[in-house]
Design a protein around this ligand. Structure first.
Ligand code: DQA
Length: 148
């Protein structure tokens, strides 16, 4: 089974209690179980991670690039300003690995600072506004890329 990591940035450990009208009522453990189950259906061994720490997220990108691991990433607030994470994410493309950016909400329909992503230019694709289902679409996109 191909290993895929699903990495989540700051404040996504607060899913379920954080702005449920925007991010839904389900928590990170539910997302973890959903992603693992969706991965199984696609023949992917999925590991879901979350950190509030930029350096940790960057380190995960270095590791994924070195180990040849495809990535689904919800960069959360890092989306909008972390050039360090964008540079690290670039290394996945350099390694020929899919990187699917996903957002639970639709940032384009929210505050103006959310309308710009520094990650999208280095992502293979971006999925927004579909809730947790966006992660399923992202895993399907990974499977599609790997089948090419
Ligand atoms: C988010 C959107 C970001 O703007 C925000 O900072 C998040 C979550 C989303 O999943 O919709 O933390 O990435």
């Amino acid at each position: 089974m191909t290993r895929v990591i699903v990495v989540n940035g700051p404040n996504l450990g607060r899913l379920g209690v954080r702005e449920p009208d925007v991010y839904g009522h389900q928590d990170l453990d539910t997302l973890r179980a959903d992603c693992r189950a969706w991965g199984q259906e696609l023949g992917l061994d999925v590991e879901v991670r979350q950190t509030d720490d930029e350096a940790t997220m960057i380190g995960w990108m270095h590791q994924a690039a070195d180990e040849g691991t495809p990535v689904v990433m919800n960069p959360a607030a890092f989306t909008h300003y972390s050039y360090g994470l964008a540079d690290a994410a670039h290394m996945l493309g350099d390694a020929g690995l899919p990187l699917i950016e996903v957002h639970i909400s639709n940032p384009a329909a929210r505050e103006s600072f959310r309308r710009h992503s520094v990650i999208s230019p280095v992502a293979t694709a971006t999925i927004t506004g579909m809730g947790f289902y966006g992660y399923k679409l992202a895993l399907e996109a990974v499977a599609h890329c790997l089948a090419q």
